[in-house]
Design a protein around this ligand. Sequence first.
Ligand code: SF4
Length: 473
Amino acid sequence: MSKLSFNIDDVISGKARLTDAQALELHSNASLHDLGQWAHAVTLRLHPEDYRTYVIDRNINYTNVCTAKCTFCAFRRDHEDSDAYTLTYDTIGEKIKELVAIGGTQILMQGGMNDRLPIEWYEDLLRYIKSTFPTVHIHAFSPPEFVEFERFFNMDVRDIIRRLHKAGLDTIPGGGGEIFAPRVRKRIGIGKASGDDWLRVMRVAHEEGLNTSATMLIGHIEFVRERIEHMAAIRDMQDYARALSGHGELSGVVRRCISRWPGIFERSAFKPAEVASAPGSYTAFIHWPFQRENTPLGRAKEWDPDTYGPFDDSTNEDILRGRVVRMAGADEYLRMLAIARLYFDNVPSLQSSWVTMGPKVGQLAMMFGANDMGSIMMEENVVSAAGTTYSLAERDICRLIRDAGWVPSQRDQYYNILKRHDGADAPDLQPLAQPPMRNVKQIDKQFIGAAPGIDDGADSSVRVQLPLLGDAR
Ligand code: SF4
């Protein structure tokens, strides 16, 4: 058992809140297995249900033209690039039609930040989608887009959110969170919203009654303490969002948040009288590791302790200036997931990042704090442009959930259960019309003996059916 300076049982039972220092201690001193066990105990307390969830959505990147230059991005283009695009409403409509045809319920719509699109383009798009597909949930426009909208439209984000909400925007995804620390952000997110501005947009969204999610990108030039600081800002601002809804004493929470994170309150003034009757909050936290292929940041050298010394050495110029990257693998991903589950006592859902981690680590994530498999994406362009990602069908997600011991269940954006797959008609229990086949050159008779009916003694290839899960793109 890992030795800790505090009583982890109080955190697991919900009696005590994990401090920032304790979260750092967990990262340094706790074994992966202990972390998994503790985080899973918290997940079972918060989500005692016999099911685990997923949502079917489509990622629509309406434009790849972007004014920012994130060094981890392989997706962005300039206006003059030959493959720069902005989708027409008709093309977006066709994509949504395909989504609805397979039982999908929401779109995740994000772009680059395109300075040639006026606010009316967005309003008309949202109205078009809502009038053509009234049941489709629109989860769209991450905080960095809103911050650029402020500049493009010369308006405060509150007025922009009000107009887009009125036109049909339902919720806001937490894209572009990366790591809030200015040291990191100014090196990996050139031209992108500051951490304060990212959090300010979400504060205003919550005040205006929209739910959002929160994200974190790990495994590049960040220190572990900067990850914890990132999570601290989200947890504090979630306290704020919940206090707006009557959980806790608002003035005390506001004072604490303003004193700890003053930049979040510097603009878009908070007016208690104008807060929506049903304020929003962060519904989920999702983190994933940086994918290096095809990105400027990916060309940085990999950190080697023999050459560069300890990564958390704040005096090392190579590390401080982001000349080396410390990539995150499965151990680091699961470690941070477990710490996040122990740390976030006020964010209900943690999602598995199987798109970047693959199906098996994605499945294991359900034992390390995740209660949701996130979305079955019909389309994904941004992460897949930067390296290996995975694509899974609904039956594969259902099977991963069922094999881990839960009933797979399709949800909506508000975590309402739409379909509980506990019957024989579950997607993962249907025979495949065309089972995937792989050629096996020779079955090793030493281990399995002669294959009845097909083994004539010849050294010929034999076709056998193998389960395929999450073929890498
Ligand atoms: S990650 Fe997003 S904001 Fe950054 S350059 Fe790429 S498209 Fe633009």
